[in-house]
Design a protein around this ligand. Structure first.
Ligand code: FAD
Length: 461
């Protein structure tokens, strides 16, 4: 006797991965229900990429105002109004949330504004109503949440990236703890908007995993824009004089109106019912899946940050899409996680595709490193003390470009376009025969003639 189900697909979580999977599966003819416990759109739209980037834009005006003087402009002293930014940003987020919601409904997806948990391999329970829904397939797309790590006394006095978006005023002094891209981006935003900003990180460089020279360039730039404390940890937070006092491992203190701990994120698996179906999470708390996002339970799949593969919106979207095509579209598809163009919206910005120099050397043995470090043309008149750094890494054996790193204005925009070439397998010869666009900063990428260093790994002799 064949089993009957209420729906073909039940999606838990209405973020980047869940929304895409639900819409595509519905397009393939599946009956789909999606449960979202907070706001449709998920981290990216509600309290991640989108509102963050709007704040980055807000901060960048400071440089523009300052730079304008060298080009002949006289400006009254610019003043920043946090309330205007917050209002506009929140309205835009709400608009996008509405669009996401409408798109799901238009696609025929039933949206349930409730928390959902797994009861068994084919049953989901809606926590608010207690209703049970039988599904042929369950997709877990619950994302992750910020954590304050390590646990320190007084951590409750600190905020996370979630609460940044609820702040009613610009903090006069802010301490940002962390060295990943979220810490780096928010420190840059607050410094630009006028907060006296300290960025504190336990490591000796920011942005672990990125190319060391890019990390150094960012460290130099940030040291000019804010107080940078590397190799330090916070031992405790206490309230004092209406502010928060952070005591460091060296006994020193930092007093700030807000402390933002951007120290990591963990998958949202607590209480989800994974134990009831025998899904064990890994050391990072993530759900292990195969290349098709299937868990050890054949009827349960997982995509996005909850799987901790590459925690970025475009990846969650791709994984959700591939899942829906595989399971409901009859077109098995999996996502290639090896080559992911990405950006850090610091100021100046970072754009990366492919390997960093150390990994490229370890992977390919002999690589050529082409490098350009220069002052942007705009800085000649603005007088801004800023350099752009570009690196192109080439596998000597094949001439293929295996890494491109850009530190400077619009690096994110540049790397998206370069990412196409690198994804296609472009060689250095392809870069060389590309005509430059002049005068631009990115023309350097196609005019790099002489390798800065030829590296030979020990293994390659
Ligand atoms: P999410 O988008 O987190 O969606 C999960 C959803 O599930 C949430 O809405 C949650 O409320 C819901 N949920 C959880 N549990 C349940 C449950 N039991 N029942 C019902 N609903 C549930 N990525 C980029 O690519 N570029 C960026 O610039 C960028 N900036 C970022 C900035 C910040 C501050 C942060 C925090 C993240 C940023 N990211 C960025 C990462 C990006 O937001 C995530 O990778 C992406 O949102 C992951 O999508 P997801 O679908 O896996 O999870």
């Amino acid at each position: 006797m064949s089993e009957t189900y209420d729906v073909d697909l039940f999606v838990i979580g209405g973020g980047s991965g869940g929304v895409r999977a639900a819409r595509i599966a519905a397009g393939h003819g599946a009956r789909v229900t999606l449960a979202e416990e907070y706001r449709v759109g998920g981290t990216c739209v509600i309290r991640g990429c989108v509102p963050k980037k709007l704040m980055v834009y807000a901060g960048r005006f400071r440089d523009e105002f300052e730079d304008a003087k060298g080009f002949g402009w006289t400006l009254d002293t610019p003043r920043f109004d946090w309330g205007v930014l917050k209002h506009g940003r929140d309205a835009e987020v709400a608009r996008l949330e509405g669009i996401y919601d409408a798109n799901l409904t238009r696609a025929g997806v039933a949206v349930v504004p409730q928390r959902a948990v797994i009861e068994d391999a084919h049953t989901v329970r809606l926590v608010g109503s207690g209703e049970r829904v039988r599904a042929r397939v369950i997709l877990v797309a619950v994302g992750a949440h910020p954590v304050k790590e390590p646990a320190i006394p007084g951590a409750n006095l600190a905020i996370t990236s979630n609460e940044v978006f609820a702040l009613e005023s610009l903090p006069e002094r802010i301490l940002v703890v962390g060295g990943g891209y979220i810490a780096v981006e928010f420190a840059g935003v607050f410094a630009s908007l006028g907060s006296r900003t300290t960025l504190l990180h336990r490591g000796d460089r920011l942005l672990r995993g990125f190319d060391d020279e890019i990390r150094d360039a960012l460290g130099d730039a940030y040291a000019r824009r804010m107080t940078l404390r590397l190799g330090r940890t916070v031992h405790k937070l206490e309230r004092g004089d209406g502010a928060v006092v952070a005591t460091l491992d060296d006994g020193g203190t930092i007093t700030a109106d807000q402390v933002l701990m951007a120290t990591g994120r963990r998958p949202n698996v607590a209480g989800l019912g994974l134990d009831r179906v025998g899904i064990e999470t890994d050391a990072a708390g993530a759900i292990p899946v195969d290349a098709y996002s299937q868990t050890v339970v054949p009827s349960i799949y997982a995509v996005g940050d909850v799987t901790n593969r590459a925690n970025l919106t475009p990846i969650a979207i791709r994984e959700g899409h591939a899942f829906a095509d595989t399971v409901f579209g009859g077109k098995p598809a999996c996502v290639d996680h090896r080559l992911i163009p990405t950006a850090v919206f610091s100021t100046p910005e970072i754009g990366v595709v492919g390997h960093n120099e150390d990994v490229a050397r370890a992977t390919f043995g002999r690589i050529d490193v082409y490098k350009a470090r220069f002052r942007p043309m705009k800085a000649t008149l603005s007088g801004r003390d800023e350099t752009i750094l570009m690196k192109v890494l080439v596998d000597c054996a094949t001439d293929r470009v295996v890494g491109v790193h850009v530190f400077g204005h619009d690096a994110g925009e540049i790397i998206q376009a370069v990412g196409i070439a690198v994804t296609m397998g472009a060689t250095k010869a392809d870069f060389d025969r590309t005509i430059a666009v002049h005068p631009t900063a990115s023309e350097e990428l196609v005019t790099l003639r002489v390798p800065a260093v030829t590296k030979h790994s020990v293994a390659a002799g």
